[in-house]
Ligand binder design. Structure first.
Ligand SMILES: *[C@@H]1O[C@H](CO)[C@@H](O)[C@H](O)[C@H]1NC(C)=O
Length: 344
């Protein structure tokens, strides 16, 4: 009897804890009552979701190169790579950026996966009629969107650049020793957050938002993420973007669950494929694929991107010494990345 009562009490407690603490609040979907207003142009995808986008550079009708950029974690189409106007004009580049599902003004995708990214990008490109082929540049967490394109829509690509792309410690091709070495090289708080997102995705919203233990460092003030060599890049980024824009960014306006949490549990979850299985998208050298990695990156250990590049001889691997996760904001690196992609 006592056992039954105790058991019932435990069940009630767990139920209460789930509803009160662990269950994420509902999303504040853009354009719905109680949600933020829609302030960007959007396309409607075949499953009814909207994707918000931003077009820059020369008009697509006149462009020589069409490029779609995919932003990182806790980010949006407003806060992406920064290219010089001169390079855009000289090379006649059309740039298309979009809020990945659940970020900014784009509807959440409860079925978000690594795979769904490629098809979001393909549909966006087709609705905007940018042509049969385009380049993609994925930054950090947006790296999984770029891998998705290489896996599922290689025939649509003119080339791809993966800039400080996310690595998944549970890719089957990663040897145990490398898994231990690389995951162990992160700060303890980031290791823990990444493990929770992988092994207990249902708990991750609580883990991210609780105040008892240090949680995932990106998106937190004073993140230990940035290495010493990133300080110059960080200042450079602030001076171009402006710190006001950084703090007022609408990336997370629909709630942390649909943006940060879904992104994290997708990037560090179990993928539908391992990047080392991907076939060369350009067997006749009609395009190129680049990985840009900082040797000092404190969140994306260089050893894993180096490992993937060694397995994929068609990847051009650029490992930059004295650079961390913000390498794209150092000096003219963004321009170098862009120029290598289209001319290299
Ligand atoms: C970047 O800067 C270097 C050194 O100043 C210069 O040689 C190079 O041409 C620049 N590249 C681009 C694409 O702007």
């Amino acid at each position: 009897m006592t056992l039954k009562v105790a058991l019932a009490a435990v069940v009630c407690l767990v139920g209460w804890a789930y509803v009160a603490i662990i269950k994420p609040p509902p999303a504040k979907v853009c354009g719905t009552p109680g949600g933020p207003p829609v302030t960007s142009p959007r396309v409607r995808l075949s499953d009814g979701r909207h994707l918000a986008y931003k077009e820059e550079g020369v008009p697509k009708e006149n462009a020589k190169y069409k490029i779609i950029t995919m932003h990182g974690y806790a980010s949006s189409k407003e806060f992406n790579l920064i290219f010089s106007q001169k390079l855009i004009d000289d090379l006649q580049i059309y740039l298309l950026s979009f809020d990945r599902a659940g970020y900014g003004d784009s509807d959440p995708n409860p079925k978000r996966s690594v795979k769904s990214e490629a098809f979001d990008i393909q549909e966006l490109a087709d609705i905007l009629k940018i042509g049969s082929k385009f380049y993609v540049i994925g930054v950090s967490m947006g790296g999984y969107s770029a891998w998705s394109c290489l896996k599922y829509i290689p025939h649509r690509l003119s080339g791809a650049a993966l800039v400080v792309p996310v690595v998944n410690f549970w890719w089957p091709s990663v040897p145990t020793s490398l898994y231990k070495e690389t995951l162990g090289s992160l700060t303890f708080q980031d290791q823990l957050a990444i493990r929770v997102s992988h092994y207990a995705p249902w708990l991750y919203y609580w883990w991210l938002t609780q105040k008892w233990f240090p949680t995932f460092s990106i998106g937190q003030p004073n993140s230990p993420l940035f290495s010493y060599s990133d300080h110059e890049a960080f200042k450079n980024m602030l001076s171009i973007i402006g710190s006001k824009k950084l703090t007022n960014d609408k990336a997370r306006q629909q709630g942390d669950y649909e943006s940060l949490v879904r992104d994290m549990i997708t990037g560090y979850g179990n993928w539908e494929f391992d990047p080392t299985e991907i076939a060369n998208p350009f067997p006749n050298n009609e395009g190129s694929v680049h990985i840009w990695q900082g040797f000092d990156d404190k969140i994306i250990p260089y050893q894993l991107n180096r490992h993937i590049s060694e397995k994929l001889p068609w990847v051009r691997y650029h490992e930059i010494p004295d650079s961390g996760h913000l390498l794209a904001f150092k000096g003219n690196n963004s321009d170098v990345i862009l120029q290598e992609l289209v001319l290299g």
